[in-house]
Design a protein around this ligand. Structure first.
Ligand SMILES: [Zn+2]
Ligand SMILES: [Zn+2]
Length: 398
């Protein structure tokens, strides 16, 4: 790397360090105010105010989503766009148990540090921090892509907190399914034989899926909750519903899971005499496509700031993300950054506590630096960006 690029990187990491206290307060503020998908109004307000204060040009409510935003740090004239994505939605009941407060502050921290350290970027092109609502359940990034928010983006990146730092981990595709059983209500004691029991149907479906799981590929995941299970014990339930995620490393196998799931639901409906409806979300989550060039740049930047990758202990399976869909459209990375000790599962109350710990601050600061430095690499070296695009095509992207 040239001496100029070295001095640029030093300025940027220094700027992250100067912003670190403010970023940690912002992270805790979001953590203490968990907001669900598409309702992240306060987080949206705080994050955009932070970016504006530090010199980014902010557009609120982009792509038709009121809690989305785009903040631009402009360079010297026209050129490529590097996007840094920020998530800030929480989970129902368990708050920031996925640590999206850390994703948000790492992302806006990277953008603000570039603006504070460099003013106008000394390269052609620009960096955009894109605020992407509703990762947990709403596929906000897919909606923003459909609305054209990523149209000019050449490369995109974000980080996710985890119990270890790994730049590349696969994620699974998902088809989200809703199943409904329609029976007939009757008095559960005096006329039970006049009823058609929709609760038995949904229980039958869960049992059938538990048996089916034995014959699934090891990467497949089929899991659900009953969302309506009946109203009162003295009424034979006339209506029940459940939601399931059908996941696999391949979208084709997700469709195969849907075929088998539907057959199991038909069996449960037949066995109980219920009418059945199976519908799936039109948005299918896609698995992450790897981008070795961008991953290598990110890993080198982690080493540069002395926050190296951890070996994968192989103890955990894989989740899913709407960032997978982004990675199928353009060169993208989604590295994981340690914010908890080994072995703490995401979506747990324990992980929620770690997401506002000193370890989370350290991870957030390192992530903001590595994101900003990787954006510098991609804009400073057109060859790196060209190589990232070649990776994308070589991996089957179009
Ligand atoms: Zn999550
Ligand atoms: Zn998450």
């Amino acid at each position: 790397m040239s001496a100029t690029a070295d001095s640029i990187k030093l300025k940027v990491t220094d700027a992250v360090d100067r912003l670190a206290d403010e970023l940690e307060r912002l992270s805790h503020q979001i953590h203490d105010t968990p907001e669900l998908a598409f309702k992240e109004e306060q987080a949206h307000g705080w994050l955009t105010a932070f970016l504006e204060k530090h010199g980014a040009q902010v557009e609120r409510g982009v792509g038709g989503l009121s809690t989305a935003f785009r903040a631009t740090i402009a360079g010297r004239g026209p050129g490529p766009t590097v996007a840094i994505m920020a998530e800030y939605d929480a989970l129902p009941g368990i708050g920031h148990a996925c640590g999206h407060n850390v994703i948000a502050t790492a992302g806006v921290g990277a953008g603000a540090a570039l603006a504070v350290a460099l003013g106008q970027l000394p390269f052609a092109g620009r960096v955009c921090v894109i605020g992407t609502p509703a990762e947990e359940g709403g596929a906000g990034k897919v909606r923003l892509m459909d609305a054209g928010v990523f149209r000019d983006v050449d490369a995109a990146m974000m980080i996710h907190g985890r119990c270890g730092t790994q730049v590349w981990r696969p994620t699974l595709g998902i088809i989200k399914v809703k199943v409904e059983f329609f029976g007939q209500a009757a008095h559960a004691s005096s006329w039970p034989w006049r009823g058609v029991n929709a609760l038995n149907a949904v229980i039958g479906l869960f049992n059938a899926l538990d048996a089916m799981r034995q014959q699934l590929r090891p990467d497949a995941r089929v899991h659900g909750v009953i969302t309506r299970g009946g109203e009162q014990a003295n009424i034979i339930p006339e209506y029940t519903s459940a939601e399931f995620y059908l996941r696999s490393i391949s979208v084709d196998y997700c469709w195969e899971l849907l075929r088998r799931f539907t057959a199991a639901a038909q069996g449960a409906a037949m066995a109980t005499g219920c009418r059945l409806s199976v519908t799936h979300d039109p948005i299918v989550h896609e698995p992450l496509r790897a981008n070795p060039t961008m991953s290598d740049l990110f890993a080198k930047n982690l080493e540069l700031i002395d926050f190296p990758e951890d070996p994968d202990d192989g103890q955990a399976g894989y989740g899913s993300t709407d960032c997978g869909n982004v990675s199928q459209r353009l060169p993208t990375i989604h590295p994981y950054i340690r914010i908890s000790p080994d072995g703490v599962p995401g979506h747990s109350r324990e992980f929620a506590q770690w997401a506002r710990s000193p370890l989370a601050r350290t991870g957030m600061v390192a992530a903001a630096k590595a994101l900003a430095l990787t954006a510098v690499d991609l804009l400073a070296s057109p060859e790196s960006l060209a190589q990232a695009k070649r990776d994308f095509v070589a991996g089957g992207g179009a």
